[in-house]
Structures are given as structure tokens and as C-alpha cells.
Design a protein around this ligand. Structure first.
Ligand code: APR
Ligand code: ZN
Ligand code: ZN
Length: 362
């Protein structure tokens, strides 16, 4: 039977979010209903609310979540009721060219739940953020979006892996292929950049240079494992990174801001054979002009990182295990836990740069 629960709705462009009763249908073939236990507040949720991602209002926000599978539809074999799971944006197909070539993060045929959740009052269909919609007591997803992890981890920590923290750790470990002894520079130390720092430390980087324009962020970056910090408001970060690396530049530079000036800094701060990893997402009008001779003359690699180039079924359980073993402090990313009705205020704190992550706990 379809059930009614509470969810956080973005009703229209730039309008504050509201808690509304929503209808969650029974899971159809290949689908699962998940009882959400925790869901982090991410910039992308705010972008949805502002109309920056699309016009398919009303949105059901929330997409960094963990919870317990309540029921599954026909043909679902990989998860069962009672399983503790982290949700991911996309269930990869396993059959397309990208999947068969071992790059499932570029899967051509990802899917979300086929049925729609609706507003209880008007019956209007909801658009779930990133195909998840987990600022709700329960949500309907494709079963392939559920990844089982060790239930010994707390839900507020596990949920982080569903988005920003995975993007950052994966940028270092998967895309950048950071190795033992490497020097890594991370430009932009919000949640994503800090996760890239934690990932670099995990991968054995010898030196991790954190760059930001906000001293508060540099303090946190140090706690996450940065060995050096550069405030790029007063110091040119390219010069500083070169000075710290005997003039060569970093082996891996991770850009986690998404602006032309920081893309440029990342491009020039790398060693000639180094790798630039772009994880910050620019806006459509942004441009970067570079001398072609510089593009040609520098070797190494220029890569973008998509969702940390992660394979959820491989990476989520592994990172949870590392956390439980005390080798990766994921709890450090949770600045505060909040209630479902506090999301709007959490957006303000995120906007002011006061938090790494606010996590709704249900
Ligand atoms: N130079 C260096 N750091 C900067 C600059 C700049 N010009 N401008 C902003 N920053 C810093 C901010 O001070 C902040 O610490 O970048 C950080 C951005 O962090 P958040 O706003 O918390 O964003 P986050 O969630 O970490 O995401 C960063 O990665 O996945 C993408 O879409 C995401 O583009 C976004 C980026
Ligand atoms: Zn595929
Ligand atoms: Zn997100």
C-alpha cells in the first residue's frame, strides 16, 4: 500500500522549502522503498531550490543519504528488507559500452525509480533531487541505487558517501591516482576539497598543500591532513606550490572550487608530468583562455572527476570499513545534526561557509 510520509519540498524558483505530506508508492519491479535515517545538506539541494538545475518543480530535496530498506519490488535480488544501505545517484547498467570498459561512472543507461512520488494534497508529481529525494521519512528509488554497507557505522556518517565526500575522496584516489610519497595540492577546501585531502592522506601522500581564501577553511583542512596551507587571497598559490616543491609543482592538483581563476591555478601548479583533477563544477558561461603553447608544452594529464569516478558497490563499503577501522575519519565532516524542519536554516549556514555538512537525522 502506498504510504504518506513527510518530505522537504522546494515548491518553486527561490522559494523557501516546506515540509509537506508526500505519497510514496509501493516498490514496483526493480524498485525499493527506503526508510531514511540520515541525509546531508549539499549545495546541489540549494541549487535545485534556486532553480539553477531545472524547472521541474516541485522538487523533493535531499540526496546524501543512508537508511534501511523497507520493501523491494519484483526481481530485486541484491538488497532485501532490513539491509542498511547508502543511496547513490544512479544505478549503473553493467551492460553498456562504458560499463563493459570498466568505467561505469560514465554509464549511458543509469536509472532511477520508474514510479513517481506525489504531493499528498494535490497529487502533483515530485522530482526527486538527483533521482533520490531523501529529505523524507521514506523514499522510493531504483534498487540499484542502494548499496549495502556495514551497519556498525552511524547513518549520518554513511550518508555522506552518497555525494560530496565520495566526490572528494574519489577525485584523489580514483581519478588522481594519488600514490605513496606524492605531493598533492587541493584548491578549495570545502567539503569536497577536505575529502580530497582525507583521500590523499589515505593514499599515502607525503605532502598535502591546502589552498583557500578563507582561513577558517585552512584550519579545518589542516585537521583533515593538510601538511601546508596557502591563503590565496594574500599569496599567489602557483608560486607558493612551486616553492614548496623545489620549483616543480605538485604531482596531483585537485581543483574543488569550479571557477576560471582556480582552474588556471590548477593548470599551472602541477609538475610537468603531474595530473590536474577538476572536481569543482563551473557554470555554463565560464571561460578560460590559455596559451596553446602552455597546453602543448606541459605533459601529464588533465582529468575531470565525475562523482569521484566511483563504483558505489566497490567504494562505499570499502570507505565505511576504513572509517570503522579508524583509518579515515568520516565523522569529522559532520558539523551538526539537524531535524527535517531545519533544512532552510542549514542552507543559510552553508551559504555563509559556517559548516562542512549539516546532516538531517530522522
Ligand atoms: N580560491 C580558493 N578557494 C576558493 C575560492 C578561490 N578563488 N573561491 C572559493 N573558495 C573556497 C571557499 O572558501 C570554500 O572553502 O572553495 C571552497 C568551496 O567549498 P564549498 O562551497 O563548501 O563547496 P563544496 O561542497 O566543497 O564543493 C566544491 O566541488 O563538486 C563540486 O559542485 C561542487 O563546484 C563545487 C565544488
Ligand atoms: Zn552502463
Ligand atoms: Zn550533493
Amino acid at each position: 500500500m502506498a504510504q504518506e510520509v513527510r518530505g522537504v519540498i522546494a515548491p518553486g524558483r527561490d522559494a523557501p522549502v516546506r515540509i509537506e505530506p508526500i505519497v510514496v508508492p509501493d516498490p514496483g519491479p526493480g524498485e525499493a522503498v527506503v526508510r531514511v535515517q540520515a541525509c546531508g545538506v549539499c549545495h546541489t539541494d540549494l541549487h535545485y531550490r534556486q532553480g539553477g538545475i531545472g524547472d521541474d518543480f516541485p522538487y523533493l530535496l535531499g540526496h546524501e543519504a543512508a537508511g534501511v530498506v523497507e520493501s523491494v519490488g519484483e526481481g530485486v535480488a541484491d538488497v532485501a528488507p532490513g539491509d542498511f544501505v547508502v543511496l547513490n545517484w544512479r544505478a549503473v547498467c553493467g551492460r553498456c559500452r562504458a560499463c563493459r570498459r570498466g568505467r561505469p561512472w560514465y554509464c549511458f543507461d543509469t536509472h532511477n525509480a520508474g514510479q513517481r512520488m506525489t504531493l499528498a494534497d494535490s497529487g502533483r508529481e515530485l522530482s526527486p533531487a538527483l533521482g533520490i529525494g531523501a529529505f523524507a521519512e521514506k523514499t522510493l528509488v531504483a534498487a540499484g541505487q542502494c548499496t549495502k554497507v556495514d551497519p556498525a557505522v552511524s547513518p549520518q556518517v554513511a550518508g555522506l558517501l552518497g555525494c560530496g565526500v565520495m566526490a572528494g575522496i574519489g577525485a584523489a584516489v580514483n581519478t588522481g591516482n594519488v600514490g605513496r610519497g606524492d605531493t598533492v595540492a587541493v584548491i578549495g577546501c570545502g567539503g569536497v576539497g577536505d575529502a580530497a585531502i582525507a583521500g590523499s592522506r589515505l593514499a599515502g601522500a607525503a605532502r598535502i598543500i591546502a589552498v583557500d581564501i578563507d582561513d577558517r577553511k585552512l584550519d579545518t583542512a589542516r585537521a583533515m591532513g593538510a601538511t601546508h596551507t596557502v591563503n590565496s587571497r594574500d599569496t599567489d598559490p602557483v608560486t607558493a606550490i612551486r616553492e614548496l616543491t623545489g620549483g616543480f609543482g605538485a604531482d596531483v592538483v585537485i581543483e574543488a572550487v569550479g571557477r576560471p581563476e582556480t582552474y588556471r591555478q590548477a593548470f599551472y601548479a602541477r609538475d610537468l608530468a603531474g595530473t590536474v583533477v577538476l572536481v569543482g563544477v563551473p557554470t555554463p558561461e565560464m571561460r578560460l583562455e590559455l596559451p596553446l603553447l602552455d597546453v602543448f608544452g606541459r605533459g601529464g594529464a588533465l582529468k575531470s572527476s565525475w562523482y569521484g569516478d566511483c563504483l558505489p558497490s566497490r567504494d562505499f563499503p570499502m570507505l565505511v570499513d576504513l572509517h570503522l577501522q579508524g583509518r579515515l575519519d568520516l565523522a569529522a565532516f559532520v558539523t551538526e545534526t539537524i531535524r527535517l524542519d531545519e533544512v532552510e536554516q542549514a542552507f543559510d549556514r552553508m551559504h555563509a561557509g559556517d559548516v562542512l555538512r549539516s546532516v538531517v537525522v530522522l
